[in-house]
Ligand binder design. Structure first.
Ligand code: ZN
Length: 323
């Protein structure tokens, strides 16, 4: 470089500068591409995880649009189907269990496992057994498959007081409840809780019969249940009660509630504590809970409520649908 002229020196320097600039640009482009690639993979993972969460767990937000509700309904229907298939497969080699499932499938008539008590017997003082009757009102709902899964896991049967409107919306879930050996009660078609004015005792009975028709439309005309739960409870509605009994129905209220209807999204711990407090001193507990789209914490609290009842020496029973 010693012998270079100024001009040569300058152009050599210029070339070097250009070369360095080119290298810098290439480095920048490479770096930017790597950063973009990493971000893309990250976002994709998050989206996939989210999809998985929505598919496998109860979504923490409630889908507002009809399509979303339909989608969640379909997912959950598949879930129940899978579980039922799984159960059937598990029991393939066990003849007795297989028969149990077959028996349970037949309109509960051949229900052999567990305690089944008629409305009037439940409050009899002679029977000292500690029995818990889990009851779920207002369903079926998008949460039904989750409730059924939990009950299946603990091998517990429950009583579902279904609404006529819900039976129409989720017929498959109502069928699963029956297939799995649960008891079905009537919670009226329209769920009115003002027992006055135009909603006369006769109108109430008509509402119950309308629900009965909705249930039969799903489960078949042979399906029979004369078990009713008054929306809001029968308390102080004597003339309505008389009209109902005269029409051949029986009804039952509750003596314990998890408190999930007191407001929206009652925290899970509060629901568990309500049950713990209210069962004290009772041999027979009829526990009011809700199977409803807005009662997600009820599902979350259910396993611990069951565990607690078991720890307190309770067996589980269903309320007879034919009283
Ligand atoms: Zn209700």
């Amino acid at each position: 470089m010693k012998n270079m002229t100024n001009y040569e020196l300058n152009s050599a320097l210029e070339r070097k500068r250009k070369k360095r600039k080119k290298k810098r640009t290439i480095r920048m482009v490479l770096l930017t591409s790597v950063v973009l690639l990493i971000s893309f993979i990250g976002i994709k993972n998050v989206i996939n995880k989210r999809k998985l969460l929505v598919k496998n767990n109860i979504s923490t937000t409630y889908a507002g649009s009809k399509e979303n509700i339909q989608e969640s309904k379909n997912n959950q229907e598949n879930k129940v189907d899978n579980n039922v298939n799984e159960n059937l497969n598990n029991n393939k080699n066990d003849k007795n269990d297989k028969n149990d499932i077959k028996n349970e499938s037949k309109n509960n008539k051949n229900f052999t496992k567990g305690i089944v008590m008629s409305v009037d017997k439940i409050w009899s003082k002679e029977d000292k057994r500690k029995v818990a009757f889990l009851t779920f009102d207002d369903g079926p709902s998008p949460h039904t498959p989750y409730i059924l899964d939990i009950l299946k896991k603990y091998d517990i049967k429950a009583t579902f007081f279904v609404l006529g409107t819900s039976a129409k919306n989720y017929p498959e879930f109502l069928k699963k409840e029956v297939e799995l050996g649960h008891s079905i009660g009537n919670h009226t078609y329209s769920h009115k809780i003002r027992y006055s004015g135009a909603y006369t005792p006769e109108a109430f009975v008509q509402d119950v019969k309308r629900c009965d028709n909705a249930i039969k439309e799903v489960l078949g005309q042979d399906f029979k249940t004369n078990l009713v739960r008054f929306p809001g409870g029968s308390f102080n509605h004597k003339s309505y009660e008389t009209a109902l009994l005269n029409s051949g129905f029986k009804h039952i209220d509750w003596n314990v509630e998890n408190g999930d209807a007191r407001r929206l999204n009652v925290p899970k711990e509060e629901l568990i504590n309500n049950v713990k407090e209210e069962i004290a001193g009772h041999n027979k507990v009829v526990i009011l809970m809700h199977d409803s789209a807005t009662k997600e914490t009820t599902v979350q609290a259910l396993p611990e409520i069951i565990e607690y009842l078991k720890s307190q020496g309770f067996e589980f029973g269903i309320i007879s649908q034919n009283n």
